[in-house]
Design a protein around this ligand. Sequence first.
Ligand SMILES: *Cc1c(COP(=O)(O)O)cnc(C)c1O
Length: 473
Amino acid sequence: MARQTERASERSDPRSRVPSVAVLLDDPAIQQLIGVWSRPLVLDAIRETLDAIRSELASKTVALKAGAPSAGEIVARVEAALLETEKDRLRPVVNATGIVLHTGLGRAVLPRRAVDALAGLSGCCNLQIDIETGLRGKRNYMSERLICRLTGAEAAMVVTNNAAATFLILSALCKGREVVISRGQLIEIGGSFRLPDCIHQSGATMVEVGTTNKTHLRDYEAALTENTAMILRCNPSNYRIVGFSKSVGTEKLASLKARQPFVLVDDLGCGALVNLEDYGLPKEPTVQDSLAAGADLVCFSGDKLIGGPQAGIVVGRKDLIAYLKKHPLSRMLRVGKLTDLALEQTLRLFLDPETLARENPTIRMLSAPADALKKKALRLQKSLAKRAPNLRVEVVAGESASGGGALPAAPIPTWLVCVASPDRSAEELCRLLRRHEPPVVARIADDRVALDMRTLLDGEERLVGAALAAIVS
Ligand SMILES: *Cc1c(COP(=O)(O)O)cnc(C)c1O
């Protein structure tokens, strides 16, 4: 009797009619998915989907009559689960934000020649052997040589990023001793990089001088003790202290070395190698300026104004760089062949200032004249009028930002294509653009989607047009 009831309830429980994993694996539609996504990933998606279905059925006591979903419905859900997991994989996106060095979007767009060089690296390479002798050779040889040639530095070194460069410098040269820094330069860069924490972790003792808005040479001078190993200057990243403010330049700080020896370090952050004024942009201190002003070491990122791969670069005195290279941390912070090659190819572009703005996407985007962007915007507007006539599209003047802690106080005039839909909010449009393939990332301004023409690469306005047309069709 008890057994009979059990069987009856089993039959009426739709959970028992949910197909098994084995049955689903034989389904031709699932076999097709395996061909595209691989068996392990499809298996995961099937298990996830079946678990979800069983718990839905268990909780929906009233809807029991609806029964278990059909095989076709389950396959559709498995495919949706696969697409959902794949949506966050690393892949190309269209940057319509107007932020040229967008950390969330991979910062600098690599120059074509760097990408081509990476593609050519399908076999082995002489990462660390001397081709002449066959013995152990130097890593990063050509990148370092080019950095020295371009900056006039005695020596150079490449590590994983500029945060690592700062940490290496402090750990190797300041551990157990004092580093003097202005209160106006105790920066946080984002991604939890806070300079005071970095100094603390390195084992150095931080000696703060001055106030948030003003630091004088005499403040630094008064802080020097026999235990001072370093004065660290930090380029204000992504902020400016404006108004009643004062900071001390590298040259003045270098003059204190006549009083007692210490290492003067300039953390430049964005690492301009050329005078940006030549490209119609506001002045940004160059690496050469810092070295000429007497910095012993200068560090900066490879993927900010250089426009190359993520890397941290240290240049300066030969003896100090040699010492850094021997420090155990430098083994942990070294870069691989992909970074070295992409950096070398990017640096080569700086040898020819004539072609730099054409070949280096970062410099090209930053210096693109507003009227060329307006033309691009009008072309997109015209194409949208045909392809998506129910969108309200307007071309308006706006401002782009360099991002990445470069030129923080200098918005760059640009042209935006602003889009509104009668039946979707700006948030919804933005979300659908991000979910398009390739994803398009835009910002919202005045309840409209604002597409900045400055950060679109050649031809990408067509992708944006196609994405919008597909969304509203
Ligand atoms: C960006 C920046 C850093 C961090 O550089 P990463 O390459 O992102 O690690 C450090 N210091 C300054 C001044 C910066 O602008």
